[in-house]
Write a protein of this length. Structure first.
Length: 351
């Protein structure tokens, strides 16, 4: 390090580099050697390599026990330099790929775009987090491609009918909607506590955990008829779950994950004032009335109603399209056996 300093004062970049590489060959985590190497590469105009070294400095800084003003200023420079380099790199990539991307429909390049955005540091890639049954080796896709669900257009075409039955239900008996979050007494305070037993997030179930509510279904016959034509997830005592979900003005569902990736969750928006949005993993979308989507709820997601009016959607679960029919049949046999042995393996819908 002393030799590197001497060469730096002599403005001998090549020999300073050799000396710093020698220091890092002894200890690749030597903080000041990393700093001096980043500074040297920046002076030499090797921007990509300098940004890589500054990134290493930022990573190492978390291990520092004592950070004075000089180190804080140095780290501010590192963050700014890395960000500027990423921005420059991203602009070059976006420009170079512009024509090629334009030739590919947006839904066909979703995975590629996510790959590039993650590489550019513009988004995070989220993995499945299952509180219950985790089915391995399935793609961890945030929003599923519509091509997996050729019947989506059929249920979308029933939006006006379904919304009409929902509105009649609310007008006749708003008290039939119950708080979605209803924690047992004694549950420790957690992120759901502000919504506990609150109609900020209300629900009216037609099916719940595989059990059909005949009285509820009788009040929404056309909705039920439309749903019965769909390939709902069917697992004894667990699925399907079908309900009208209501978010009051200002409500926020905190980031969370579901219990099992054997299902895909369908949202059919019925009433959507401006300012209502939904995030799954690294992708944010706004609900649009009559436009359904399917997503994997075991990937972190959250929802907002930033408007001054009610937001209402129909939620139901279908099979994850990547699970084969033979696997579905085996799962249908597995859960009754699990129940008989006293094990509670969950797959219930979470939102």
């Amino acid at each position: 390090m002393n030799l590197a300093r001497a060469y730096r004062l002599a403005r001998d970049d090549a020999r300073e580099r050799d000396a710093l590489e020698g220091a890092l060959a002894i200890d690749q985590r030597h903080f000041m050697a990393l700093v001096r190497m980043a500074e040297l590469l920046e002076r030499m105009g090797e921007d990509a390599h300098a940004a890589e070294r500054w990134s290493g400095v930022l990573a190492m800084s978390a291990m520092l026990d004592d950070r004075g003003p000089a180190i804080d200023a140095l780290l501010d420079h590192a963050r700014d330099y890395v960000m500027r380099q990423r921005t420059t790199f991203a602009a070059a990539i976006d420009s170079g790929l512009s024509a090629a991307r334009a030739a590919v429909p947006a839904h066909r390049r979703r995975r590629f775009d996510a790959c590039i955005d993650a590489t550019m540091g513009r988004r995070q890639i989220y993995a499945n987090q299952c509180a219950g049954l985790h089915f391995p080796f399935l793609p961890a896709d945030e929003f599923f491609d519509r091509d997996h669900f050729p019947w989506l257009g059929e249920i979308e075409a029933q939006t006006d009918v379904i919304r009409g039955e929902f509105e009649a239900l609310v007008a006749a008996d708003a008290a039939s909607f119950l708080p979605y979050v209803a924690m047992e007494p004694g549950t420790p305070a957690n992120k759901w506590s502000p919504l506990n037993h609150s109609l900020e997030w209300g629900a009216f179930h037609l099916w719940k955990n595989g059990w059909r509510d005949e009285a509820a279904c009788a009040r929404c016959p056309q909705t039920v008829t439309a749903l019965e034509r769909l390939p709902l997830c069917d697992l004894p005592g667990r699925a399907p779950t079908v309900f009208f979900s209501v978010l009051k003005p200002g409500a926020h569902l905190p980031a969370h994950t579901g219990v099992s990736n054997v299902r895909a969750i369908i949202h059919l928006p019925l009433i959507v004032p401006p300012g209502c949005s939904f995030r799954v993993g690294g992708e944010m979308r706004d609900w649009k009335v009559g436009k359904a989507w399917a997503f994997d709820d075991t990937i972190e997601h959250e929802a907002w109603n930033r408007s001054d009016a009610m937001r209402a959607i129909l939620i139901f679960d279908v099979w994850n399209p990547h699970i084969e029919p033979e696997e579905r049949a085996l799962l249908r046999q597995f859960f009754p056996l699990a129940d008989a042995s006293g094990n509670d393996l969950r797959v219930q819908v979470a939102d």
